[in-house]
Design a protein around this ligand. Sequence first.
Ligand code: GAR
Length: 207
Amino acid sequence: MFKIAIFASGRGSNFAAIVNQIKSGQIKAQISLLISDKEDAPVLNRPEAEGIESLFIDPASFNNQTAYENYLIKLLQKAEIDLIVLAGYMRILSPVFVSQFKNKIINIHPALLPAFKGLHAQQQAVDYGVKYSGCTVHFVDQGMDTGPIILQAVVEVKADDSAADLAARILVEEHRIYPAAVKFLTENRIKITGRKVKIIKEEENLG
Ligand code: GAR
């Protein structure tokens, strides 16, 4: 069985969207671990987390980031994790951590990368005055929001949108494309060549 670890710091709606597709049989995988760096993260108390090993691992309880990440690496290796899904995990993983799991960590970002990297992407889009924004699922590499792009979805920005209005509309698309990307990965239908990611059609993958 394809084993997934989800890292999340907050609400967990993307976590829930992925869990629901696993439960309905659309994604054939299991979530072996849910890891949060925030004790009070609502994701830990979501009904979808029931039955999933859910851990709050406090980065502040380690001497430094290296020690925190080494602990995570051991946990992930012991659980034989195939894919790490960052779902609103608001912490930057070090190059050492990322290189341990090359092309096995994915993230969703609430903008059309490479525009509006980093925090408050929806506010950045509203402030800039773009007419379209959206969301991006990408592999995590050593940079911030720079890894090869797997899927994107476009969302219109309306003239009087607040950041919250735009975020709500983008979130609908996040819940569509993040589970889709996870599904492609579990089916081994993603080919990476440099920065280019190709999604192999189902029939091409048969042989
Ligand atoms: C989502 O909008 C996700 O794109 C964003 O945090 C939110 C988490 O929502 N991630 C980032 O901004 C990463 N830089 P959720 O906890 O309900 O899935």
